[in-house]
Design a protein around this ligand. Structure first.
Ligand code: NAD
Length: 540
């Protein structure tokens, strides 16, 4: 199987469509960039530095400063001071920054794609998903935030006399800790609704995503974000990341379920809210009436985008037994033709894993399954000749409950195939996981697809798509059920979580009291009659 996987050259081939991009030496960044970006980090002049590595070669591409806990404290002080002025601006004013940012992200996409690829090792088309995500989130919240945040009038305790209004006040300073797998998107998109809601943000991107994150922040400055409203600190998650979340008025965390639990406990101890976007073991079900070619094509994207290092990527393929062989023929043909390469041009199907730790995890899951009797239908090997952490897109069959990849998230290019006799069995299998992040259902009958989707216990379920339909629908919230997390990003929930809801109720005329001279019993009877009347005239 290995021999059938295509490879590309390991050196950069210039892309004629990519006119604005200077031609850097392969796998290097502009040497002036790290120094410039370092100024945007809250860190002392004598700060220690860490190496930014590229998974394409394992080599160092830049050095950036490490923040201290004192730097984190200073970041919070500055953010708090700046937040009041930012919150005093109108939502429309804040939205204009996001609209300008939308354009800047699209205009600088080639440079951003280079950085994303260099830091994460992913293929260019997978990096482009991040650009689309950021632009989509910007546009959505720039256009919709005013509506989401608008004060809402409600029926008061005593109709007409009580005027009740619900307000959404910014929480203050939001702490955002991002993961490494989507250096642009996962570093910046959760900050955008927080900012437009009138908060300041202290952002700690992952060390493996820091160059991209800082360039994205620089563009946000250029879009007109006032000074100090968005602070950036860099450093290890267990020290700097934890310090950021420990001081936040609201915690926005993306990462593994194991770390998410610790983050949630610390937030709970401070009685601070938290949104946790965690792991998944996502299933895609192909029913017997599905368009098999479309399903197979989408399954390739959905299993192997960013080399499977995507929280919503598919790790379980559930196939109706009547079409399983035919689907696999389409799917495996496509998987075996995939091109792998450490290339900054378009046209590569899959890039590298990000680190030795990821390679070790993926290898361990595949070897464990193989040793316990699973069959490798495609892939199943590392590809060190392409780069130190490359691993083939891998399809397993015969995975059983004793194998690590049955319940545990691989977070790599490994998918297991299961055969079922019908929808009930498919739903039960899809739900046989502690996670509940993303799901996918394939059938030509979209009503049936919706019915099945409603019974899959996941925050997002895509019908006739693997993950992009739900992810890209920015008006609908996305997030995890079960061990996949708490809270949602996108839509109303994705911005209102960054606000404190406040009820301001104005009492007109007489305050709420028993009128003088009226016996309490009589007053209670008349109030009970009033309540019945309000129900009778269908007041809420
Ligand atoms: P991880 O939990 O080890 O690390 C994630 C991030 O948290 C890293 O930047 C890390 O430095 C930081 N961190 C570690 N300890 C911390 C602490 N005590 N306080 C604050 N920050 C801390 O996860 P990982 O294995 O590196 O990342 C992959 C995981 O992230 C997968 O499980 C994946 O599904 C999940 N993920 C989820 C989403 C989502 O939106 N649901 C998106 C991307 C990744």
């Amino acid at each position: 199987m290995t021999d059938q996987l295509q490879t590309t050259a390991t050196t950069e081939i210039p892309d004629p469509a990519d006119e604005h991009r200077p031609s850097p030496a392969p796998h290097t960044v502009d040497p002036t960039l790290p120094g410039r970006l370092a100024h945007r980090v809250r860190a002392g002049a004598q700060a220690q530095t860490f190496d930014c590595l590229t998974p394409f070669t394992g080599g160092v591409i830049a050095k950036l400063p490490v923040s201290t806990i004192t730097d984190v404290e200073r970041a919070y002080d500055a953010a708090r001071a700046a937040q009041t002025g930012w919150a005093a601006r109108s939502v429309a004013d804040r939205a204009r920054v996001l609209l300008r940012y939308h354009d800047l992200i699209l205009r600088h996409r080639d440079e951003l794609l280079d950085l994303i690829q260099l830091e994460s090792g992913k293929a260019r088309k997978h990096a482009f998903e991040e650009v689309l995500d950021v632009a989509g989130v910007c546009r959505h919240y720039a256009r919709k935030a005013e509506g989401y945040l608008r004060p809402q009038k409600h029926l008061g305790a005593i109709p007409v006399l009580t005027q009740s209004t619900e307000l959404h006040q910014p929480r203050g300073v939001i702490g955002v800790v991002g993961p490494w797998n989507y250096p642009l998107s996962m570093s910046i998109t959760d900050a955008l609704p927080a900012l437009i809601a009138g908060n300041a943000v202290v952002l700690r991107p992952d060390e493996k995503a820091s160059l991209t994150a800082l360039r994205a922040v620089e563009l946000l400055d250029q879009a007109g974000l006032p000074q100090d409203v968005l602070q950036v600190v860099l450093g290890p998650g267990q020290t700097v990341g934890e310090a950021v979340l420990d001081r936040a008025d609201y915690v926005m965390y993306t990462g593994s379920t194991t770390t998410g639990r610790k983050v949630a406990q610390r937030a709970a101890a401070r009685l601070v809210g938290a949104s946790l976007e965690l792991g998944g073991k996502n299933a895609l079900y192909v029913a017997e009436d599905a368009n098999l070619k479309n399903a197979a094509e989408s399954a390739v994207r959905s299993c192997f985008s960013s080399a499977g290092q995507l929280c919503i990527s598919i790790e379980r393929l559930i196939l109706h037994e009547r079409i399983a062989d035919e689907f696999l023929e389409h799917f495996l043909t496509r998987v075996r033709k995939m091109t792998l390469g450490a290339d900054l041009s378009w046209g590569v199907d899959m890039g590298s894993l990000i680190s030795p730790a990821q390679l070790e995890r993926v290898t361990q899951h595949v070897e464990d399954a193989r040793a316990k009797g699973a069959t490798v239908l495609a892939g199943g090997h590392p590809r060190p000749e392409l780069g130190p952490y490359f691993y083939e897109p891998t399809v397993l069959e015969g995975v059983t409950s004793g194998m690590d990849c049955r319940m545990g998230e691989t977070f790599g290019p490994v998918v297991s195939v299961y055969r079922v006799s019908g929808d009930e069995e498919a739903i039960a299998l899809a739900n046989d996981t502690n996670y509940g992040l993303n799901g996918s259902v394939w059938t030509k009958d979209t009503r049936r697809g919706r019915r099945i989707a409603e019974r899959i216990r996941c925050g997002t379920v895509n019908v006739n798509e693997g993950y992009i339909a739900a992810w890209g629908s920015n008006g609908s919230p996305m997030g995890g059920m079960g061990e996949s997390g708490l809270g949602r990003r996108h839509g109303a929930e994705g911005i209102l979580k960054y606000t404190e809801t406040q009820n301001i109720s104005v009492q007109r005329g007489t305050p709420f009291k028993i009128p003088p001279g009226v016996p309490e019993k009589v007053w209670a009877r008349s109030m009970a009659t009033g309540m019945r009347m309000m129900k009778g005239i269908r007041l809420p």
